[in-house]
Design a protein around this ligand. Structure first.
Ligand code: X8Z
Ligand code: ZN
Length: 587
């Protein structure tokens, strides 16, 4: 999550917002411009206040910091709703393009729509900060022993490293036990947010979220389905192979031959990135010739140096270094003595240079990748900081999530050799293993499409799209969606699906710009200023134009297209199809 707090409003048909339907007779284009500039100024102040309060509340989880953050959020939501309502007075007026777009974005900007009633608005803001805080504080004590308190970091390590199904199950259940206490609050939260959305003329808050993609919500839903169908054969092939290998490892009574995979065996608490089980599923003879986690640890790389390496990638593309305050104000390591929201996030506090990272970094390859992901947010935020406030966001939310990852696709063995982390680049024989490792993280992720549902619906969706099942029987006493950060913290999730497809499309465009013509997975744009300049063209546009134009600025293409992703993984797909002969694919 990145902290453009304005990206926290909702979208609604303007006509439902106000009764009066004023026209050119009662309002002028000049008034519209003056109005929107005043609104931007006020929303900027309130966004900064909220960002400051929320930064403190996420870094020091206490009842008081939660109250301060909720209060600031409430003020921002109230002002946004009020301005959006007032803006309807310019409906139907012929306006300059930038003013018209700002008025639209104002109406679409809330992620958390709240009822106009002040008490309900406060209640809603308090619910969100309290669920996020409980998620951040979540711990599991095996055998009820208070001295063995395991937080999400510790439990994730077990999921990543243990190969004992009993221990895996215990860690999985332990973490999921943090969520049932959120269930009632979540129910109320949904009720209030939907009420807020209805007051703004939407069916519910999900419908508001889907209205933010520069096209009718139904058309956008069809786009997502189209992209999913494009990548599904690749996902199914990977799933079938992984299931067969896990069955070999854990036996027929743990892993079904043809059904969904139990969710605790995939190396990740949410079964959404499978890279940690690479050794169990790697092509024979293709075990990686190097282990980046071990190299980083052996070199005693610390958290800050990991971030420095990431920063150097961006500066090698021509971006200016991060400001000194970034290094002074960020949180890079989990504090020993207090609870923080550890889920990684990148912040722009002041719409200018006050950029920050908040992340409980571990010295692993996974976090090395995540650092590049987060820095992508920060460099994006700075690239669009000359835009007016309402245009200071990514072209759509998927773009924000894609940029850092598209850069991280350049973390090839070739690049690691260039920066001295490995001595020798493995030959082409190593490519299948390399692709498998990346596919386990990026292809396995794709079906994580729509999490915000209740338990039964949640597992139905996970079975339908992801082909994973709960490792033990679940009931409505459970609240498994709440064990996922973005549900507890109200972060729309489709952005990550889009990002996983977009990042390959962006990466391909940058490689093209760099003059690279070999197989896509071997490309690195490290040090390439032309690729960096092209990327910056898209980043600095922010949200000022509809996203197809931003995509075009970098790629020359106006449609999101999974072809680049499919090309990237084509050698792996051919190998998987070979392996899967005689196996059932699907569940
Ligand atoms: O939440 C994140 C980032 C912060 S925007 C760490 N990600 C998703 C997740 O963890 O579920 C990155 C990949 C998907
Ligand atoms: Zn992100």
């Amino acid at each position: 999550m990145f902290a453009l707090m304005l990206a926290a409003v909702l979208s609604f048909p303007a006509t439902v917002l106000g009764q009066a339907k004023p026209t050119a007779k009662t309002a002028t284009a000049a008034q519209a411009r003056a109005f929107i500039e005043k609104a931007e100024k006020r929303l900027k102040e309130l966004s900064i206040q909220y960002a400051q309060a929320d930064w403190v509340s996420q870094n020091f989880i206490t009842d008081d910091t939660a109250a301060l953050s909720a209060d600031a959020n409430k003020n921002l939501i109230a002002a946004t709703t009020e301005f959006a309502t007032q803006a309807t007075r310019f409906d139907g007026l012929k306006l300059p393009a930038d003013v018209a777009r700002k008025l639209l974005l104002l109406k679409l900007s809330l992620t958390l729509p709240a009822p106009k009633n002040d008490a309900e608005r406060s209640e809603l803001a308090n619910l969100v900060v309290s669920m996020q805080g409980d998620y951040g504080k979540g711990k599991y004590c095996p055998d009820g022993d208070q001295n063995k308190r395991l937080d999400l970091g510790a439990l994730s390590r077990i999921l990543a490293e243990s190969r004992d199904p009993k221990q895996l199950l215990d860690a999985w259940r332990g973490w999921h036990a943090i969520a049932p206490p959120m269930r009632q609050r979540y129910t109320r939260f949904v009720e209030l947010a939907n009420k807020g959305a209805r007051e703004l003329g939407f069916a519910d808050s999900g419908a508001m979220w889907r209205a933010k993609y520069d096209m009718p919500p139904d058309a956008f839903a069809r786009e997502v389905d189209r992209l999913w169908l494009q990548v599904k054969p690749l996902y199914d092939a990977l799933h079938a192979h992984v299931r067969a290998k896990l069955r070999e490892k854990y036996g027929a009574d743990v892993v079904p031959e043809n059904g969904p995979i139990p969710a605790h065996l995939l190396g990740n608490m949410w079964a959404q990135q499978w890279g940690n089980i690479y050794p169990l599923v790697s092509p024979p003879e293709q075990e990686k010739t190097f282990d980046l986690t071990e190299i980083l640890k052996a070199r005693k790389t610390d958290e800050k140096e990991m971030v420095r390496i990431g920063e150097r990638f961006f500066t090698s593309l021509g971006f200016a270094p991060l400001p000194q305050t970034f290094w002074e104000r960020s949180l890079f390591a989990k504090p020993r003595d207090r609870d923080v929201v550890c889920h990684a996030s990148a912040w722009s506090i002041d719409f200018k240079e006050d950029l920050r990272l908040k992340m409980c970094i571990e010295i692993t390859e996974e976090d090395f990748q995540t650092i590049h992901h987060e820095l992508g947010h920060n460099f994006y935020q700075r690239a669009y900081n000359k835009q007016p406030v309402l245009f200071q966001d990514s072209a759509n939310d998927g773009f924000h999530e894609a940029v850092g990852d598209s850069v991280a696709l350049s973390i090839t063995p070739e690049y690691l050799k260039q920066i001295g982390l490995i001595e020798k680049v493995p030959g082409v024989e190593g490519d299948l293993g390399y692709l498998m490792k990346i596919a386990l993280d990026k292809v396995a992720f794709l079906p994580e499409v729509r999490p915000a549902e209740y338990n039964k619906a949640w597992w139905e969706l996970r079975k339908k799209y992801q082909g994973v099942a709960p490792p033990v029987a679940r009931s409505e006493a459970e609240f498994d969606p709440g064990a996922k950060y973005h549900v507890a913290a109200n972060v729309p999730y489709t952005r990550y699906f889009l990002a996983h497809i977009l990042q390959f499309q962006m990466f391909r465009a940058m490689c093209r710009e760099a003059g690279y013509t070999g197989p896509l997975h071997r490309c690195t744009i490290y040090n390439n200023k032309a690729a960096g300049a092209k990327l910056n063209k898209m980043l600095e546009m922010g949200l000022s134009r509809p996203w197809p134009e931003a995509l075009e600025a970098l790629t020359g293409e106006k449609q999101i297209d999974a072809r680049a992703m499919l090309d990237y993984f084509a050698p792996l797909k051919a190998w998987l199809d070979e392996q899967n002969k005689g196996r059932k694919v699907g569940w």
